[in-house]
Design a protein around this ligand. Sequence first.
Ligand code: AKG
Length: 371
Amino acid sequence: MADVPEWVPTTIDPQVSRAVKRLARTQLSEERFKTFWRSRRPFVVKDLHKDLQACWEPQFFIQQYGDTACEVQDCETGKEQTSTVAAFFSLFGSAEPPKRILKLKDWPPTANFKAMFPQLQEDFERAMPLPEYITSSGAKNLAAHFPLNSFTPDLGPKMYNALASTFDETHSGSTRLHLDMSDAVNLMTHAASARDGSAGYALWHIFAPEDTCHVRAYLNQKKSPQERGDPIHNQSYYLTQSMLDELSDQYQVRPYIIRQYLGQAIFIPAGCAHQVSNQADCVKVACDFVSPESVAICKQLWDEFRIQRLARCWPPDVIPFAHMLYWTWESTQMIVSGGEQYHFAEDDSSRQTPFLLPALPSSRNSRTNPI
Ligand SMILES: O=C(O)CCC(=O)C(=O)O
């Protein structure tokens, strides 16, 4: 794996990309975060790999779980097949272009991540800035206030493990265009070298929330008459360069274009549609959170997604919005009156809430791509 040299070309032509701020961890104060978040701008925190202590290398997963069966998905066709963790990760770092661009589908299973890899979960949470906002026990993470004897939403961490794709007119990236219902942060923990030996990276296109309607209108023009539903929520499109050019010509919309290198965390505010194309074999880890700054847009997205969900018979919400607000209110009342956030009351039966909320299928996976 090539380490990230100081000179990596992170700047992208301002004619094609909105400006993206890249900060060191020490430069990210809470005030600065709030400024980005209120204006719903993604940003990058760099060099976090220097704070990681656990091993996130393909070899580690091969050694620990090599024989485990897993589903791999072809990023182009969407076809899935059963493989093993060793067979998948041994494809990492090969100088030959892969025959198929594969990604691991829900491995390790998001619901089991903490149980399977407690040291990776700790490592991730320790390395991330602003734990108050993003961790599963952060007081400013509204999705972290559910009592433990109720449905607790699955906020991750979730891993994205995929081989290199090519950004051209014929490929569809690693993850197609989609919109998450919550805020998210995604950290690159391993990137193989690119085929020319330079530092590998993942290419992100992130759209500002106010551009969603234009992106949607553009994609609706592309849809075949048989295609039902919303083209962003369906996650069926990857915007190639010629599509991005058309979008810019027709609607004057420019995305934030980000090259994500090792140790770089991309913060994605709720409401920003995004797509990713790995330009090298990559291991990334991500989690969801709901900041106080995002409540209004999350409510709007939840309502919008609900319509789509009911029409398409998709599973229930990952994070039930009204429940979330209720439990945040309850929990903050307790904090204000000198108690603890519900979250911490694991072994305290006196904190048991008077009723149990219905268990819902929870997973960050329901927001991952069908393809
Ligand atoms: O890395 C990827 O392929 C997708 C990541 C993503 O969409 C996310 O973290 O929200």
